[in-house]
Every structure is written in C-alpha cells, then in structure tokens.
Design a binder for this molecule. Structure first.
Ligand SMILES: [Zn+2]
Length: 607
C-alpha cells in the first residue's frame, strides 16, 4: 500500500464521465437518452394496467425507467461537477436547463408506471415481483405500489399538479423571493449602522462577539416582525393545501407522506423523540459548557451557533490535511483508507482554491461508470479536514452500493448522512489517540465531536414539535400569527429548558427558517436527528465490538436502498429501532467526549 502522493494535483479528472464537455460522445449519449425516454413513454402509454398476461411488458417498463434514471444520474452528476467547479460557464448552465426538461420527461414515465402498477390484484402483483429480471428490486417496487395506492384519479392528479404551480409552489417561491430581497439594519457595537442582506444574518449570529450576534438578531427580527403576516399566510396556505390533498389521497396522518419518503415507521420516530425528550439534559449540558465559556448563566437564541473556542490551530497545507485523514482512517478503519488513497490516486477530489468555484462541499457519483467525485475548497482549516473525511464517507457509501442494481442504490434522506458522519467520527477518534497532536487541534476535534449535538438533539426537535402542533391545529382552519409565535416559543422552552435564557427565545424562528417553506417537502427535520443518532449508535457499537463490527457496518451501508430503515438495521445490526435502549445508548455515546471537552473548558480557567 503506497502512501498518498503529496504532489498529486488538486483539481479533479472528469474524463471518466466523458472525454470532453459537449463533444461527440457526450452529444450521442444525450441524444440516445432523449430518444429512448420518448420511445418508452409511448410504449407504456399503450400498455393496459398490470395483469397476468402483461407482466413481462410492465417489467420491461420498470427496467427501462431504472436504466434511463441511471443514465440521467450520470449526466446530472457530470454537469453538477462542471458547474460547481466553474460557476461562470454559461454553456454548462444551458446544458443543465436542458437536463431539467429530460428529467421532467423521465418523471412522466414514473407516473405511467404508477398508473400501471396500482391496478394489479395481489396475486398478479406477487407473480410480477417474482420475475427474475426484478430480483433485488422488491423494495423499490413495493414503494412505487404504495405510492400508487395513494394517487387520486389521473385527471385529478394532473389538475392538482397544474394548480400546484400557482398554489403551494407559488407560496414557496413567494417566500424565496421576498426573503431573498430582505435587508436589515445592523447596528454594529462601535456605533456604525449598515444595511445588510438577510442572507448574512446567520453568519453574523455565529460571530465570536456576543454584541454582534445580539445586534444581528435584533436587527433581523425587526424585519421578520414586519413580514410576519405574509409568512404566516404562506405557512397556513402550504399546510392547508397538504391537508386537502392528504384527505383525497387517503393519507390519514400528516406524517404519512414524509415517513414514506424516508422509508421509516411512525413508531420509530415517536420512540426516538420520546427517549430524546427524557434525555434532553445530555445536549443541554453541552450548551451549558458554551454558556460557561462566554460567562453567562444560559444561552440566548442568538448564542446557539456561536463558536465555543477560537480557532487557534495553525493553518494546514493540503498535504498535511491529506496525511491527517489518511492516518486516522488507517488507524481505525483500513478499508476506508484504501478507498481514500484510490480516490486521491485517480484524481477524484477537487480541492483547489480559485475564483468561480461555488461555495460548499459535496460528493457525487455515477451509477453508469461507478465512480465518485468529491468537491470542496480547501482553505487550510481543521474544519476542511473534517469536510474531506465527511465527503469521503459519502463516497465510500456509494462505492459499497456499486454492486447493487440502480434502484437499490437510492437510499432515503434519513440514511444519507450515516456514512459521512461515521467517517467524521473515525477521523476524530483516529486523531485523538495521536500522542503528538497539538492541544488546539485536540480541542477542535472534541468540540467537533460534540458541537453539532445540540443542533440535532434540541434545535431539530423544536422544529419537529412546532411543525407537528401547527399541522394539528391547522386541521381546524388557519392558525393566527399570534398563535404560531406562541407555539414556537413553547416548543423552544420545552426542549431547551434551562439551557436557554428566559426571554432569550426566538418567536420568529418559523419565519426565518426556509425549511418550513419547501413546497416539495414537509417535516424537513426529523431525518436529521434520526441520521445523527443512528451514526452515534453505530460508532458506539464499533467502539464496543471492535474491528469485527466493520463487516456488519458495510453490510448496513449496502442494504440502505433495499429495505425500510427498520429492516436495514435489523438485518445488518440485529437491532430494533423501536427499542428505547437503542436510542438511549445513542444519546449517551456523547457523554464521554462531552466530559473530555469539559476538562478543556475547565483548563481555560473559566470553570
Ligand atoms: Zn453530507
């Protein structure tokens, strides 16, 4: 095994996708994709609903939908890479627009599939699933069938989709447009005032100076007060639309659709939140350490994202960052190190700092060529080292899924961040056992290990509790803006308890958080808490059972697109997600790093 070559270029190589952008191979690929989608749409349109005599035809439609989806994903991944690495390229933007129309055509094929598969009686359905060509696709097909069972008549669904563009979709766009143009007056502690775009409020509330955070909070909330009626109208209209559609689609509970999207049961989510509510003290204690560091008895809402420790670690070179990740993976999880080295050697990682790159980081991949790519901009911080480990975790997950059929590689959001968080934990664990790690980097890693917990274990539960109660009350009619604020403050008090200053709540949090206004999704919250706790549980199990656990972990990752969350965990880890002890252990996995961090805090002389 060779160590990573330090001189490797920091830009990625995309020729595995296509020899060149918009060249002959690329154009032919796109052309054949377009033609085949059109041909399959007309085949499916002329096939009567599922019956014993046309099972083979519907299997062929499904196989085509799956294969075309994989090819579409190949193209999407390629263009995502190009547009992120060169945000200024108009030619790439044009191609992406064209890709959106191809994706819309592909979505029509799914509608036809739903229409065809919903009708078959149970014996025909079982015979259909038993066809050899569909081996390994049962979970995906069962999900389609469930979705089909909750469709209104074709004409009604079409009307709902058309009205949705000017209804629920328009409310979501209105939110984005109005908030995109918002500015607020920032009164700087030195007396200056400045008009600042609302998009910067969050960054200012993560400022090390408390006076800056407080001013940003006060200034931005004056704008939310002025806009609260508009925001409440949007929130009420979106929830009202969903309630109407759920009724007509025979979805009895407002959580049914988001739970289906995540392949998870209500019992699991309710158990998780109930156990968490009994153990809020664990994440609250982490916040109280932050309060101690800033010298206040508790935190205000605008302190929640404040940095606990100043970044004292010296700037890293890329080669050093690579060596840290490589070393940590090698110490703890050798297979992950092998994958990381292969990704570097094949130039799958784009990390160069240069103009015209989009901010952020992601991992993408193509099911056609079975390659992954990691995108980031390395600027020399320990945070970037974590990002590199995080994205490599995603890549490793895709790599392990590479042997399964395309429809079994699609995992729900609830399971999406497990591999990445696990890789971050591997990094922190692998480095913390290093004898010559500097105190500043050790403190950073500890902070990192526990620092995100309050967001997942308190902030997300606030959103879930608020949204659940709001949807419940919305059944009986529009909820007033006063009541919406009451619900929000009550949820914050209940979840944060004494870790949140009395009077330090944010009654307008529902308005400032875009997650409540996504037209395509509701309850864009519980999958975060679930994913975070699941990866904590997995890592705790690894620490307990040792390296022998890693084979089961890999089995877990391979199954993520083939069964419900409960089944995946049961089959690979032999654990029951409805077992309260599972969640209790996951939460208390944070105790030890929190205690270690407490000694760091104490050593700073404020304890
Ligand atoms: Zn991620």
């Amino acid at each position: 095994m060779n160590p990573p070559t330090p001189a490797a270029p920091r830009t990625w190589n995309l020729t595995g996708y296509f020899p060149e952008f918009d060249g002959q191979v690329y154009r032919t690929f796109k052309q054949s994709l377009r033609q085949e989608i059109a041909a399959r749409l007309s085949d499916a349109a002329s096939t009567p609903p599922l019956a014993p005599e046309n099972m083979v035809t519907w299997a062929a439609v499904f196989l085509a939908w799956e294969d075309l989806g994989a090819r579409l994903a190949h193209l999407t991944s390629y263009l995502d890479c190009l547009s992120s690495a060169d945000a200024a390229s108009e030619a790439v933007q044009r191609e992406r627009t064209e890709l959106a129309t191809l994706a819309a055509e592909h979505a029509k094929l799914k509608s036809q599939l739903l229409g065809g598969l919903r009708a078959g009686p149970p014996p025909a359905w079982l015979a259909f699933l038993g066809q050899p060509a569909l081996a390994g696709a049962t979970h995906a097909l069962e999900r389609l069938r469930t979705e089909a069972g909750h469709q209104m008549a074709v004409a009604e669904e079409a009307l709902a989709a058309d009205l949705g563009v000017d209804g629920i979709g328009a409310w979501g766009r209105l939110y984005d447009t109005v908030t995109g143009k918002m500015n607020f007056t920032m009164a700087w502690p030195d007396g200056r005032t400045e008009d600042v775009p609302m998009a910067q409020a969050r960054a200012l509330m993560a400022h090390p100076d408390r006076a800056v955070r407080q001013a940003a909070f006060a200034g931005s909330n004056r704008v939310w007060v002025a806009a609260e009626d508009t925001m409440a109208a949007a929130l009420n209209a979106m929830a009202g639309t969903r309630h109407s559609l759920y009724g007509r689609r025979d979805q009895r509970h407002f959580l049914d659709a988001p739970l289906h999207d995540n392949s998870i049961s209500r019992e699991t989510i309710e158990t998780m939140f109930a156990v968490l509510a009994e153990n809020y003290d664990t994440p609250r204690r982490i916040l109280q350490l932050g309060a101690r560091l800033q010298g206040t008895p508790a935190l205000a809402w605008y302190d929640l994202e404040a940095p606990r420790l100043p970044d004292e670690a010296p700037e890293l070179r890329w080669e050093e960052a690579v060596a840290l990740v490589d070393h940590a993976f090698g110490n703890v999880y050798p297979n992950l190190q092998v994958y990381f080295r292969a990704a570097l050697a094949q130039r799958w990682i784009e990390s160069e700092k240069r103009p015209n790159k989009r901010p952020g980081a992601f991992c993408t991949g193509s099911p056609v060529i079975r390659e992954e790519r990691i995108y980031m901009t390395f600027s020399g911080t320990m945070h970037d080292v974590s990002t590199l480990a995080h994205e490599t975790g995603h890549g490793w997950h895709s790599h392990l899924l590479g042997g399964t059929r395309p429809c079994a590689r699609e995992y729900p959001m609830a399971l999406a961040e497990t591999a990445s968080t696990f890789a971050e934990l591997v990094l922190a664990h692998g480095l913390r056992s290093e004898p010559d790690l500097s105190p500043a980097r050790r403190a950073f890693l500890l902070d990192q290990a526990i620092g995100q917990a309050p967001a997942y274990l308190l902030n997300i539960p606030v959103r879930f509790a608020f949204e659940s109660r709001f949807y419940e009350e919305r059944r009986a009619g529009a909820v007033s803006v006063t009541r919406i604020k009451e619900l929000m403050v009550a949820a914050q008090r209940e979840v944060y308890g004494s870790a949140l200053e009395v009077g330090g709540e944010d009654p307008w949090f529902w308005a400032s958080k875009q997650h409540f206004f996504i037209a395509e999704l509701s309850f864009y919250n519980f999958p975060y808490t679930f994913g975070f706790l699941l990866s904590q549980a997995l890592f705790a199990e690894f620490l307990r059972a040792g390296p022998g656990f890693l084979a089961r972990y890999e089995e877990f990752l391979r199954l993520t697109g083939s069964a419900s969350c409960e089944e995946v965990v049961r089959r690979s880890l032999r654990r029951d997600l409805r077992d309260r002890d599972f969640w209790r252990a996951a939460i208390h996995a944070l105790d030890e790093p929190a205690r270690e961090f407490e000694t760091v805090v104490a050593a700073r002389g404020r304890a």
